[in-house]
Design a protein around this ligand. Structure first.
Ligand SMILES: NC(=O)c1ccc[n+]([C@@H]2O[C@H](COP(=O)([O-])OP(=O)(O)OC[C@H]3O[C@@H](n4cnc5c(N)ncnc54)[C@H](OP(=O)(O)O)[C@@H]3O)[C@@H](O)[C@H]2O)c1
Length: 271
C-alpha cells in the first residue's frame, strides 16, 4: 500500500527522525521517498547528514509533494503548520499526526477541507523496530487510510487500533513510558555500582534484565504477577527486594505518574 508513495515529515526532530530511520532501515521506504521540513536552518544539515534525506524549511513544498504528510512538530506548533499547509493539502492525501494531545477534530477543523486525518501515538524505540504505536482515524479517513498508517508504524514495531478517547492515556503510558523505564534501568545500575559492580557491566545487567523480563511477558502472555512469583523463592532473596519496593510505594508511584502525565496531555492544547 505504501510502496512508491512519498512520505513528507513536517518536523524531523527526535520522533520524526526515529520514524524515518525505522522505515528506511526496514526497507519500507527509501531515502528518495522521504522528504522533510524543519524550523531552523542548521537542522537541514543535521537531517541530511544523519538520515540522508532531503530537508527544507518549506512546509508547503513538503505538503505539496507528499502522499502522506506526517505532522511531527510539538503540539503547540500544529496550528501554525496546519495554517501553512491548508491551501495545498488535498483530500487525496493523508495527514498523519503524532502530536500528543492534538485530536483529529482539531486538525480537520484547521485544514478547512474534508482531509483524511489519522492520529498516531508512537514512541522512540520505533527507531530500532521496537516501537509501540496506537492509531485512530478522524471523520474523513477510511479503513484504507488507517491501514496505510498501520503499515508505516508496523514497520517500526507493534501497532494497536484504539478509540481516540483513550489517547491521553496511551500518551502517558507508552509514549512517555520509555522515560520511566530509563529511570528504572538507571536506578538498578546505580544499585549495582553501590554493590561494587563496574558501571558499564551494571548498566548492561539492568538493561538486558529489563528487556528479558518484557520479552518473557510478551511471549508467554502470562500475567506479570505469575512471572514475578516464578522468580520469588520462599524465604529467598527476591522477596526481601520486593518488600522494599512495596515499602517505597513503587506501584502507586508508577500508577500516579501515568495518571498525572495523562492529565497533562489533556491540557497541552486547547481542543
Ligand atoms: N519524543 C517522543 O518520545 C514522542 C513520542 C510520541 C509522540 N511525540 C510527539 O511527536 C512530536 C514531536 O516530538 P519530538 O520529541 O520529536 O520533538 P522535537 O525533537 O522538538 O522535534 C520537533 C521538530 O519540529 C520542527 N519544527 C518546529 N516548528 C516547526 C515548523 N513551524 N515547521 C516545520 N518544522 C517545525 C523542529 O525543527 P528544528 O529541528 O529545526 O528545531 C523539530 O525538528 C510532538 O508533538 C510529540 O508530542 C513524541
Amino acid at each position: 500500500m505504501l510502496s512508491g508513495k512519498k512520505l513528507g515529515i513536517i518536523g524531523a526532530g527526535k520522533l520524526g527522525e526515529a520514524i524515518a530511520q525505522g522505515l528506511m532501515t526496514h526497507g519500507v521506504l527509501s531515502a528518495s521517498n522521504i522528504l522533510c521540513s524543519v524550523k531552523r536552518d542548521d537542522s537541514i544539515a543535521r537531517v541530511k547528514s544523519k538520515l540522508g534525506i532531503d530537508a527544507t524549511l518549506d512546509n508547503v513544498a513538503v505538503a505539496r509533494e507528499s502522499d502522506v504528510i506526517l505532522l511531527a512538530v510539538k503540539p503547540q506548533n500544529v496550528e501554525r503548520v496546519a495554517h501553512d499547509i491548508r491551501a495545498v493539502v488535498q483530500p487525496s492525501q493523508l495527514v498523519l499526526s503524532v502530536a500528543a494531545a492534538v485530536t483529529t477534530g482539531y486538525i480537520e477543523e484547521r485544514l478547512e477541507k474534508p482531509i483524511p486525518v489519522v492520529r498516531a501515538m508512537p514512541n522512540t524505540p520505533a527507531s530500532i523496530n521496537a516501537g509501540m504505536t496506537a492509531i485512530c482515524k478522524g471523520k474523513f479517513a477510511t479503513k484504507e487510510h488507517l491501514s496505510m498508517a498501520e503499515e508505516i508504524f508496523r514497520a517500526v514495531g507493534e501497532v494497536v487500533m484504539l478509540d481516540e478517547s483513550l489517547f491521553d492515556g496511551v500518551t502517558a503510558l507508552s509514549a512517555s513510558g520509555p522515560a520511566y523505564i530509563y529511570v528504572v534501568i538507571e536506578s538498578l545500575a546505580e544499585a549495582g555500582v553501590k554493590l561494587g559492580i563496574p558501571r558499564d557491566v551494571s548498566t548492561l545487567l539492568a538493561a538486558q534484565t529489563t528487556m528479558g523480563a518484557a520479552k518473557l511477558a510478551l511471549e508467554t502472555k502470562q500475567h506479570p504477577a505469575l512471572l514475578k512469583d516464578s522468580v520469588t523463592t520462599p524465604a529467598g532473596t527476591t522477596i526481601d527486594g520486593l518488600l522494599e519496593l512495596e515499602a517505597g510505594g513503587l506501584r502507586v508511584t508508577l500508577i500516579k505518574a501515568v495518571v498525572k502525565a495523562a492529565e497533562r496531555a489533556g491540557q497541552l492544547v486547547k481542543k
